[in-house]
Design a protein around this ligand. Structure first.
Ligand code: HEM
Length: 234
């Protein structure tokens, strides 16, 4: 599989099959998310639900495959060696875009899972139509801490099984802190936006904006690496 993904790609650039596939999938699931958003704006809750869930499944499936096959943060680890362009471009353009990309992808993934859960919690079916309920939506304290501990325990277990380096443990540690931060932020957001409908719509729009910016940074990285300045790595 690794050898297949490392072959020359199909987009006519310097990209490998893996890079081209990643780029096409990123475009595909972002377009699906946008179609899902459009459905919600037209108050077609059922359509929104199905399209967003499909987009999320493709996206999460893709990131799981990426993680299993190519390992976490592969571009960041390759560093300067993985980039064939001039130093100024690497320092002032490529590196900041890559860092922004990694941060936004991480936030986007967490937000995606959070939004799906919020979508189910905040919505109800009325006459076969999925709508966002207008009332207050709060998690009780006990359930909140049980959910937080369960997610942290699963991540901790993954770290124990998979990590052999300090760097990998640090990535998982950062992931666990991010999850804890999201749970705490959710607590604060619950106070600021007590109504589920309001919360889903506001945070949903924010998530969609993150997805669009991620596609923009993905395109910049792809073009820099495989069109303008192909990597020096073989
Ligand atoms: C990544 C996940 C999701 C995102 C980013 C998202 C985003 C959004 C946004 C932005 C809106 C408001 C549209 C607007 O007026 O701008 C919305 C509405 C809505 N969402 Fe989601 N959503 C997600 C998942 C879900 C899920 C899983 C469900 C159901 C289980 C759901 C059910 C609804 C419903 C019923 C509405 C209201 C539609 C209407 O106005 O009639 N969402 N969502």
């Amino acid at each position: 599989m690794r050898e297949f993904l490392a072959r020359p790609g199909f987009l006519g650039t310097h990209g490998t099959v893996g890079a081209d596939l990643s780029f096409i999938l990123a475009i595909l699931f972002t377009i699906l998310f946008l179609i899902g958003w459009n459905a919600a704006r037209k108050h077609r809750g059922n359509r929104h639900h199905v399209i967003i869930l499909s987009a999320a499944l493709i996206m999460l499936g893709y990131f799981s495959a990426y993680y299993l096959i190519r390992r976490l943060g592969v571009l960041a680890i390759e560093g300067r060696e993985g980039f064939g362009g001039p130093d100024w471009f690497y320092t002032y353009v490529f590196s900041p875009v890559l860092t922004t990309h990694i941060v936004l992808v991480t936030i986007g993934l967490v937000m995606c899972v959070y939004m799906i859960i919020l979508g189910f919690r905040a919505s109800a079916k009325e006459g076969g139509k999925r709508i966002l309920a207008g009332g207050e939506l709060k998690v009780d304290k006990r359930k909140f801490y049980i959910a937080l501990s369960a997610v942290l325990a699963v991540l901790g277990l993954f770290a124990l099984i998979r990590c052999q380096t300090l760097r990998c443990a640090a990535v998982y540690g950062a992931g666990m802190m991010l999850v804890a931060a999201v749970f705490l932020v959710e607590r604060a957001v619950e106070r600021l936006l007590p109504k589920g409908r309001q919360r889903h719509m506001l945070l949903g729009r924010l998530t969609m904006i993150i997805f669009v910016v991620v596609l923009f940074t993905t395109t910049l990285i792809y073009v820099s690496l495989y069109v303008l300045y192909p990597p020096r790595l073989t």
